[in-house]
Design a binder for this molecule. Structure first.
Ligand code: SF4
Ligand code: SF4
Length: 165
């Protein structure tokens, strides 16, 4: 391609995009809205439900303390430790549940795939920054809290590209 035709092509491409609404969001005033509730996995059908791989949610009434999530993470990031909880659940004789260190987690979702009891999913919460390393460690009590997410900017995709509402 000659220099002149390259310049024309670049100008043409630039002109085409002048009328397109900017995709940049004014974060944190605007936050991208994700489809669905986050990544999940159905152990019976063996099928994953597509969704954002953000902060986990742990359902204490379903967790058996089997440690399969922790074992799945061992070869990946060693982000899960099993810790004692001051709760008594008949399905969890040892009263242990996963604690997740988001300073190590790579959000792969393998722990969710490994959980056979529908106890561990991921959510759309990606705002996990902290001033301390300790603040990135989520105890079972913190993991059971449903995140309060306010995301209002939806992606719109058409033949002219992606924009947001
Ligand atoms: S999502 Fe995080 S905690 Fe789960 S297996 Fe991957 S690295 Fe480990
Ligand atoms: S979250 Fe699931 S895999 Fe992890 S200990 Fe509880 S039941 Fe087992």
């Amino acid at each position: 391609m000659g220099t002149a035709s390259g310049i024309i092509k670049a100008l043409n491409s630039g002109i085409k995009h002048i009328a397109i609404k900017r995709f940049t969001l004014r974060y944190p005033e605007e936050k991208l809205k994700f489809v669905g509730d986050g990544y999940q996995f159905d152990p019976v059908s063996g099928v994953g439900v597509a969704g954002l791989k953000g902060r986990h949610i742990l359902f204490h009434d379903k967790c058996t303390g089997c440690q399969l999530c922790s074992i799945a993470c061992e070869g990946i990031a060693e982000a899960i430790s099993m810790v004692k909880v001051n709760e008594k659940w008949k399905q969890n004789k040892k009263s242990i549940m996963p604690q997740i260190d988001y300073g190590k987690c790579v959000f792969c979702g393998l722990c969710v795939d490994a959980c056979p009891f529908y106890a561990l999913y991921m959510t759309n919460d990606y705002e996990l920054s902290s001033f301390s390393k300790e603040g990135l460690i989520y105890t079972p009590a913190q993991l059971q809290v449903k995140p309060n997410i306010e995301q209002d900017a939806e992606i719109k995709i058409d033949d002219r590209g992606a924009t947001h509402g």
